[in-house]
Design a binder for this molecule. Sequence first.
Ligand code: ZN
Length: 154
Amino acid sequence: MKLSEKIRSGAKLAPQFFGGLGDGSNGTCAIGAALHAVGELLACQGPMRQKSCYDVFPVLWVRAGCPCDCENPKRIHSGREVNTMGEAIAHLNDNHRWSREAIAEWVETIENKLDAEAASKLASERKTESTTRATSDEVSTRQIELVLLSSRLD
Ligand SMILES: [Zn+2]
């Protein structure tokens, strides 16, 4: 479940909203749109909210920086410094009024980077695995040689 795809599908369901998730009828922000698309918007709303958008999309926790052009190096959203991808999205939506499609495009670049990192990690794990396997193959070949040698001695 890619966050960027969900932002795009949610953006088709309601107009853009600023300053909160939005409730779907008056609109949705970028994260609100993604929640809307997966049917979790109301669960993340209001004083009775059962979960946070970070529960639904854990990728929002990624420290991604912010692609905006704020002169203040500590980009602030709701009085807090922007650190996670979730905060960056809220900042881009509310403070810079980026369209949700533009935000989705940026989110996708981060997702692709994460995919690439996961793939290279997997590749290096596989490499270690095959090296280990080669070593154990060598051992068993040597054992066979020893067995053959001892049988010849008999
Ligand atoms: Zn900014």
